[in-house]
Design a protein around this ligand. Structure first.
Ligand code: TMP
Length: 209
């Protein structure tokens, strides 16, 4: 089972994930948690290039290709082997982030970015995608308050960029409605985590749509 967690900045998905992993492990599931961009030493090096605030000249297509390259390396080295061993892989961001950020917000086009990613992933899609949906004004306020020390190159974009990210995620949730579940991430962390856990358990236990 390949589960991905998506959402705009400050949706709280990383905090929720910690709770999710603990609850699944407590129930005896063999879970591998990982993240994008990164997740392996080579992919983490690509992450550093992409998110470095000094790289103001990074071209948008080059950025999209770097995300796809990092994704490929991560799939090959970590995700595919873990899935083969029967693990549940939970990944903080995946392909849909490229579609929303590079395809939608950067304006490269969702289909164009999907195409370079199909080359990178050989058509590997998640079984379940949780979209932690939150108004970017709330999300950005949260990250400025809670993790100002790790604000990256993309966090520095204008509010309209982040609004476009959210809009594209919501469009993707319609396009890929079979694997998408939307969680209202403006709520308290505990509520958000409970909702996420319920959806994941449903999928694991009943394969619910
Ligand atoms: P995060 O680790 O805080 O989620 O930061 C990763 C940043 O990279 C975040 O701003 C979202 C962005 N991103 C993309 O623009 N495209 C992608 O394909 C991925 C995986 C992340």
């Amino acid at each position: 089972m390949f589960i991905t967690l998506e959402g705009p900045e400050g949706s709280g998905k990383t905090s929720v994930t910690k709770i999710l992993i603990a609850e699944l492990t407590k129930r005896g599931y063999d879970v591998l948690f990982t993240r994008e961009p990164g997740g392996t030493p080579i992919a983490e090096q690509i992450r550093d290039i992409i998110l470095d605030k000094k790289n103001t000249l990074l071209d948008t297509r080059a950025e999209a290709l770097l995300y796809a390259a990092s994704r490929r390396q991560h799939l090959k080295e970590k995700v595919w082997p873990a899935l083969k061993e029967g693990k549940i892989v939970i990944c903080d961001r995946f392909l849909d982030s490229s579609l929303a950020y590079q395809g939608g917000a950067r304006g490269l086009g969702v289909n164009e970015v999907l195409n370079i990613n199909l080359f990178a992933t050989e058509g590997s899609f998640p079984d379940l995608t949780l979209l932690f949906d939150v108004d970017p004004e709330i999300g950005l306020r949260r990250i400025r308050k809670n993790r100002a020390y790790e604000i990256n190159r993309l966090d520095l974009e204008e509010l309209t960029f982040h609004q476009k990210v959210r809009e594209t995620f919501l469009e993707l949730s319609i396009k890929y409605k079979d694997r998408y579940r939307i969680i209202d991430a403006s709520q308290e962390l505990e509520l958000v985590a409970n909702n996420a856990l319920k959806i994941v358990l449903d999928k694991l236990e009943n394969g619910c749509k």
